[in-house]
Structure formats: C-alpha cells, structure tokens
Design a protein around this ligand. Structure first.
Ligand SMILES: C[S@@+](CC[C@H](N)C(=O)[O-])C[C@H]1O[C@@H](n2cnc3c(N)ncnc32)[C@H](O)[C@@H]1O
Length: 297
C-alpha cells in the first residue's frame, strides 16, 4: 500500500442489490462492488452471481454466517487502513436493512459512507405480477409495512389493521409466518374478503413462486405452499382493477410539455363535470391539471 492510500479515509458503501437476481443490480452497485477491497454479502438474500463484479483478491464475507460484531470489526479495520468496503443489502437498503445503526457506527469511526439504492422486492413483485400499484380513482397510495407481534413490536398507530382502513394498496413484508393474524387484521381494517392479493416467494430467484389469491384465501394459500419467509404480499383493489384510464396521458390533458387536443379536452371536461356531479372521488380536470408536469415519470 502506498503512503497516499494509507492516508485516504476508508469508505463503506451500502449497496442495494435488488430482490435476488444478479441482473437486477444497478450499474452503480456493480461499480461499487468492483471497487471494494472487502465485499460483505448475505448468501441467503442475494444470488452469488453478484460477486462476479468483485475484483480478484477482494475479501468476501458472508454476513449470514457471522454476528453483526464481525461486520463492525471490518468497518473498524477500514477506518484504520483506509480500505473500501461494499456492504450488500437485499432490495433497497432504506427498507428493513439495519442500515442506520451501521451508518452511525461508520460515522463514529470517521469512515466515508455512501448508499446505493436498489430495486425493492415490492417493485420487483409488482413487475412480476404485471400490476401497477397506483390506479386512477382506485388507489393512489402504497403502504409499505409489516405485521406486528413478532420480535419487532410495531410503533403506536402502525398496526396492519390500522393501515388497512385506508383500503389502498399495501405491500406487506416479513409477515408470512403469521398469515392467520395477517388475514384477521386485513379484514378488521375493512378490506373485503374478495380483495385481490399477490403472494410472492423468493421473487426473481430460481425457486420463485408467484400466486394470486384473495384476502379470504390468503392463509390457506400460504399454508398450502408452506411459506414462512422470503415472502411478500401485495394487497388491495388496484391489483384487480381494469378498464381505468389515467387523465395524465389523455389527449385532452395538457401539461408543461404537451398541448391538449381541443375535442379530447372537451370530452375530458364533460367527464370531470359528471364525476363532480355524481360525487365520484378523485380524477376530474381540476386534479389532472393540478398534476401537470408532475408524476408522469
Ligand atoms: C429484511 S426485509 C428486506 C427488504 C428489502 N430491503 C427490500 O427492499 O425488499 C426482508 C423481507 O423482504 C421481502 N423480500 C425480500 N426479497 C424478497 C424476494 N426476493 N421475494 C419475496 N419477498 C422478498 C420479504 O418480505 C422478506 O421477509
């Protein structure tokens, strides 16, 4: 190691590696792995091919085989000898990744840190199911949550039954082992028994299982397939919706980058007036115009 390298501060990059499949890694994630002296990954959460980006001679540590103390020891070493560490997390590191405590430790050690976002399992499952989670006038919000009652208690106001009362789309992580409780809370919150559900086990892995059911049949589906981990649920009426049309892409809608077609605009106005008259929720010209230039990425 040269004197220059010795004086460089070490760096820890928290890399979102997606739901499992190595080709769902971003270019930035692959680059961070390639530049690392030490790569920390969990064989149970990410496929081994992600390691093909690691440089020859890089130290590889499987975090599923060691306690957090061993990972922290790698960070301490990085602070002393200026090495670069890529810490691979499944999905997106901002969700249930225990990243915050690691960041704080790194900062205490004087290490440089970076977070690289990843494809979260909820968006991977929506893609596999070929479903949009936000459908005009059906669901305009997505709640990412987990069931309480296990080792991790839920903060007040965050029980699944409380979120369920919104009736919108929910992505429920870390909850397959208690499917009976999940169904009870979804029903207590107000979802109809026939509300569509997507159940995904090991999405994007070779053993992937993608099932559709309803809130009423969720528990039986989970038990039939013996799912208790690596499973994600998408719940809500948007998962069964069809025949809707977003005003944003309607030829009668205008925004910063596009002019409206006059005839189509009159039609859209008429629809908006009818909806307002009938008390229908959302949509309408006013809300479509208010959204102009936003939300059409
Ligand atoms: C500790 S959390 C990590 C979530 C991750 N940070 C993300 O953005 O997807 C683990 C949970 O995420 C969900 N999950 C992660 N990867 C998955 C996959 N490939 N298929 C299905 N569910 C997955 C499951 O609910 C699992 O219990």
């Amino acid at each position: 190691m040269t004197t220059d390298e010795q004086t460089k501060p070490g760096k820890v990059t928290f890399v979102g590696a997606g739901p499992g499949a190595a080709d769902l890694l971003t270019f930035r994630a692959a680059r961070a792995i390639a530049e690392a002296d030490v790569v920390i990954w969990a064989a149970s959460l990410v496929q081994e091919e992600v390691l093909q980006h690691a440089r020859e001679g890089a130290e590889i540590l499987d975090s599923s085989l060691v306690p957090m103390e061993d990972v922290l020891a790698v960070y301490e070493r990085a602070a002393q000898d200026g090495t670069r560490v890529a810490r691979i997390h499944s999905g997106d590191p901002s969700l249930w990744g225990a990243v915050q405590e690691q960041l704080e430790r790194c900062r205490t050690l004087g290490l440089e840190t970076e977070i690289i976002p990843g494809v979260s399992s909820f968006s991977a499952v929506a893609a596999l199911a070929q479903r949009e989670l936000t459908i005009p006038e059906v669901a305009q919000s997505v709640i990412l949550t987990r069931l309480g009652g296990g080792k991790t208690p839920m903060p007040p106001g965050e029980e699944v039954r409380e979120f369920a009362c919104h009736g919108t789309t929910m992505a429920i992580f870390l909850s397959a082992a208690r499917s009976k409780q999940l169904v009870e809370e979804l029903l207590e919150g107000g979802y109809a028994p026939e509300t569509p559900v997507v159940v995904a086990y090991q999405a994007t892995w070779p053993e992937e299982l993608l099932l559709t059911c309803t809130v009423a049949t969720l528990e039986a589906t989970v038990k039939e397939h013996r799912l208790w981990k690596h499973t994600l649920f998408l719940v809500g009426p948007a998962l069964g919706a069809h025949g809707t049309r977003s005003h944003l892409y309607h030829p009668g809608h205008f925004h910063t980058f596009r002019k409206a077609d006059r005839t189509a605009r009159r039609q859209l106005r008429a629809v908006g007036a009818n909806e307002a008259g009938s008390g229908a929720a959302g949509g309408g010209e006013a809300s479509a115009a208010a959204d102009s230039g936003h939300g059409h990425a």
